[in-house]
Design a protein around this ligand. Structure first.
Ligand code: SF4
Length: 247
């Protein structure tokens, strides 16, 4: 089916989310909590758009709004600008230390609203992407705890996790740089726990922590990696070349 986003004709499947269709067609819609590897979040609500169906128009969250009809979408209408500005002002008060949010506020001319209470030294917008990534892609070592202004992401009882493998997926996926990951030459520290880093036996590049490599090996049934992706590719190419030359 065809929908129109900002006047552009976009081909899509019934049931596809507006955000997915827009991104595929090179149309920019701001978002913090959306990641293609993680299923629908709709937490930050920055990706709101205005949808017009027949004569009726309304604001929807594009990352979880499936296309079911031939609609017209405006990603930057006056109504969207106003509501997105408000959402950004709230996010800026929630996470005043986040450079990413400061940039977005500037880009979308978000107003500074005094009546919103500002938190101190905070970068996290509580989108929950980190906990979801850890649950879906890793071991489920972190989760959101508490409610209201005390809500936060943490390991159980704020103690050193017994299951975290130090993969760093949570820190990498965080849209506001709120999770501290410190890497020295031989160690990685995250959520208060330090891990030894394993290096490629050929080129010396960091492959990961011992725990994450062992986890990957256990899941795949293969041996624990000793080479980085590039060196492994080269080694395999060499094996193929030798086999081919031999034949
Ligand atoms: S570093 Fe630990 S908490 Fe973060 S995604 Fe990996 S296993 Fe989960």
């Amino acid at each position: 089916m065809i929908i129109h986003i900002d006047g552009k004709e976009c081909q899509c499947e019934k049931g596809e989310y507006i955000l997915t269709v827009a991104q595929r067609n090179g149309i920019e819609i701001p978002t913090l909590c959306h990641h293609e590897a993680i299923t629908g979040q709709a937490c930050c609500r920055l990706c709101i758009v205005e949808v017009t169906e027949k004569t009726r128009s309304r604001i929807v969250v594009s990352c979880v709004y499936p296309v079911t009809d031939e609609i017209t979408v405006a990603t930057d209408s006056k109504k969207v600008q106003r509501e997105r500005g408000l959402i950004l002002s709230l996010l800026a008060k929630r996470a005043p230390e986040s450079e990413e949010i400061k940039e977005l506020c500037k880009k979308y001319s978000a107003p500074d609203i005094d009546r919103f209470v500002q938190l101190d030294n905070e970068k996290c917008v509580m989108c929950g992407l980190c906990a979801k990534a850890c649950a879906e892609l890793s071991v489920g070592a972190i989760s959101t705890v508490n409610r209201g202004v005390t809500k936060e992401v943490s390991t159980p009882y704020h103690e050193e996790s017994t299951v975290c493998v130090g993969c760093g997926s949570c820190a990498r996926i965080c849209p506001t740089g709120a999770i501290e990951l410190v890497e020295t030459e031989n160690t990685r520290t995250i959520w208060g726990k330090s891990f030894d880093l394993v290096k490629c036996e050929n080129c010396g590049a960091v492959i990961g922590t011992k725990e994450e490599l062992e986890k990957a090996a256990k899941e795949s049934g293969l041996e624990v990696d000793t080479l980085c992706a590039d060196c492994r590719k080269e080694a395999m190419a060499q094996v193929l070349k030798d086999t081919y030359s031999y034949n």
